[in-house]
Write a protein that binds this ligand. Sequence first.
Ligand code: B1M
Length: 217
Amino acid sequence: MSVVDDLLDGIRRSIVDMDDQQAVELTRKALEIHPAETILNRALIPAMETVGNEYEQGKKFIPEMLLAAEAMTAALELLKPALARSDVKKVGKVVMGTVEGDVHDIGQRMVCIMLEGAGFEVHSLGADVPADDFIQAVKTGNPDIVGMSALLTTTAPRMKGVIDALQKQGLRDRVKVMVGGAVLNQRLADEYGADGYAPDAAAAARLARAFMEARRP
Ligand code: B1M
């Protein structure tokens, strides 16, 4: 294995081993030789996949998942400036959140960063966001796009609740709704009445840009 691969592998291992200091140190070094996207796709995301597998196999428990998530977040913060270029003219506004009852916010944060990098102004409502908060954010912020994330089978249907609430309030036609998260797929997105589904953060940024292109007169 090359020194370059060693570095990415080291980041992966430090996240899986819940060592945030090591994750930050190695990410800083990796940024000297790799684009931030490479570190994200080849180290951070695979690390969380491993953590998930170890949880499923009973090798890791909730507190360890949380610590691994914190190490991942610390590394992600370092990538943020490189992924979200501030010099790009804003192409649209996005309100983003993880639905009520769901605290998983790592993927959602990645989506926010990629959207910022693609030129969007992004307002994240965070995780465990009630439908009312999405509605208020649409009323007051006037976004072009509402993005929702869900990681749990039990919370994904809340997306339909938000979309129905937008409809009831007469706001549905004002925004495009984009959904994602590990338990989502195109079929569920259609069932919930979303305008689009994206399997990962890069695809989410492409979808958001496509929404804006389609709106141009
Ligand atoms: Co939880 N958890 N967790 N967890 N956790 C999962 C999701 C799980 C699959 C683990 C497992 O059983 N294998 C499972 C869900 C099973 C299911 O419902 N199908 C699970 C469970 C069961 C739970 C609890 C219920 C456990 C318990 O208490 N018994 C509990 C629920 C708490 C709650 O939300 N109410 C729980 C808690 C936690 C922690 C708090 C410990 C922690 C979250 C910390 C945090 O986020 N701040 C945690 C973690 C870390 C995970 C795993 C290991 C990793 C999730 C992650 O961050 N992935 C996860 C296992 C796994 O996914 N393999 C698991 C990395 C991230 C980059 O991927 O979020 O998928 P992801 O995002 C991707 C795409 O999905 C997409 O882009 C991202 C980047 O490419 N995407 C979008 C995401 N949002 C998008 C939005 C878009 C477009 C694309 O448009 C708007």
